[in-house]
Design a binder for this molecule. Structure first.
Ligand SMILES: *Cc1c(COP(=O)(O)O)cnc(C)c1O
Length: 433
């Protein structure tokens, strides 16, 4: 008889223990942070650990589960699709979920977007946006090899995406391999004129291929926010000088800013838009890079080499496309639209209550994203940050502070009672530190 393996014989050996043997987690120094919490299931806004303890998912599992976990409207549709067509090569073939998704998503995107290119995650979405911008100029015989990006931007962890990310505290070993990127300051009312002057001078060299930016909210930079009007002035200037604009809406897309896309708040529309995270409602990974007809036409040619020779094995996976279609249905529903308005108003009420608290340095909000900076000095992944994280978890709230910033970006289906619980846990923290 075959011997039962360890996990079967030992009664309830915890996930955390079994995890330690073979697993290597993202963004983790395992020597300092050896313990992972085993999550057994999730439903709606609640995560359940293996002991049955509940946690309100205050960041929608990295902004993905916009309509709640294990939402049966989505899972039923994906299950039906699973029994019909699971996966097929997307080079030379097409299928209903991808075609239907293109029809529906184009209606939702800013009106200048015409073509969709599929991939697997936020980093590949931006990587493809960068390649589109570089090849757009290359195909037309222009020498534009430099990219512009905001300071403290975050666009992912693959090489191109990492290169344009200004938040490179942990990218040291790779910096000498980066592609050519120059940074501009994030605009404020104070620095916008000097940014425009410097840019105007820099753009005379005609060597900038594209500008990649997180519109309105820089997520990984701790939910830093800037004004639509100031960003718009930068975009207008860049467009005048033939620079392609690439909006990284991986975090901001699909309702977080109160509109479908952050770019909907800004007069100048991007040439290229990167989407992922909530695109597939937190069910399966997928990404899309959309672009204008002008961008697409620079690749459309009798010359084979002018095509975009980039592809991932699971491109436009039918199950992921189906999850995205179900997500779009929910996003456009009256129920979710009303809920987004309710969350926005609720955060505004909470803000009035705590913004003058002595332990609060400043607060900010964009749509359903609410952030507050604590009036304490601390490191991004330091001890105090860990204590604050534990305070939230002990109280059944999953919030993931970024340095001294505590932010909420919960699923749209969060109830008022769950919101109040998050607020109360934050207030309790303020009164303790
Ligand atoms: C998360 C994120 C990415 C990277 O997405 P992954 O799926 O983690 O590769 C890129 N850009 C922004 C703005 C993000 O928030």
């Amino acid at each position: 008889m075959k011997k039962a393996n360890a996990s079967e014989t030992l009664v309830r050996e915890s996930l955390s223990l079994r995890d330690k043997k073979h697993l290597w987690h993202p963004l983790t120094q395992h020597k300092l942070h050896p313990d992972m919490l085993g999550i057994a299931k999730a439903k709606g806004v609640v995560l359940y650990d293996e002991d049955g303890k509940e946690y309100i998912d205050g960041i929608a599992s990295w902004y993905t589960s916009a309509y709640g976990h294990c939402n049966t409207y989505i899972t039923d549709r994906v299950y039906a699709q699973m029994q019909k067509l699971d996966q097929v090569v997307f080079s030379g073939f097409t299928h209903e979920p991808a075609v239907k998704l293109s029809e529906e998503l184009i209606k939702l995107l800013p009106e200048n977007q015409e073509k969709l290119f599929f991939s697997d995650n936020g980093s590949t979405a931006t990587e493809i946006g960068i390649k589109m911008a570089l090849q757009f100029h290359f195909n037309q015989g222009r020498k534009r090899k430099t990219l512009l990006a905001f300071e403290e931007g975050f666009h992912g962890d693959t090489f191109g995406a990492m290169s344009v990310s200004g938040l490179s505290v942990y990218n040291g070993p790779f910096e000498e391999f980066f592609i050519d990127v120059e940074r501009i300051a994030v605009p404020t009312d104070e620095n916008i004129e000097s940014i425009l002057l410097q840019l105007e001078a820099r753009l005379q060299q005609n060597d900038i291929a594209g500008f990649i930016y997180e519109p309105l909210v820089q997520g990984a930079a701790a939910m830093k926010m800037h004004k639509a009007e100031n960003l718009d002035r930068i975009l207008v200037l860049l467009k005048k000088h033939g620079v392609l604009t690439i909006a990284d809406e991986v975090m901001t897309g699909f309702g977080k800013t109160g509109k479908a896309f952050a770019s909907d708040h800004i007069a100048s529309k991007p040439d290229i838009i990167c989407m992922s995270k909530a695109l597939t409602a937190g069910l399966v990974p997928m990404a899309i890079t959309s672009c204008t007809l002008e961008v697409y036409n620079a690749f459309y040619s009798d010359d084979l080499a002018k095509g975009l020779f980039h592809g991932h094995t699971y491109t436009a996976n039918p199950l992921a496309c189906t999850a995205a279609l179900a997500g779009l249905d929910l996003l456009r529903s009256q129920e979710i639209q009303d809920s987004i308005k309710r969350i926005i108003a609720s955060h505004q009420g909470f803000d009035l209550k705590i913004k003058n608290h002595p332990k609060v340095a400043r607060t900010r909000q964009c749509g359903i994203i609410y952030a507050l900076d604590l009036n304490v000095k601390m490191e991004r992944y330091g001890n105090l940050r860990d204590q604050i994280f534990r305070h939230f978890m002990n109280n059944g709230v999953f919030l993931r502070p970024l340095g001294s910033t505590v932010y909420i970006s919960a699923p749209y289906v969060i109830t008022d009672a769950q919101l109040q619980k998050i607020y109360a846990t934050i207030e309790d923290l303020l009164n303790r530190i």
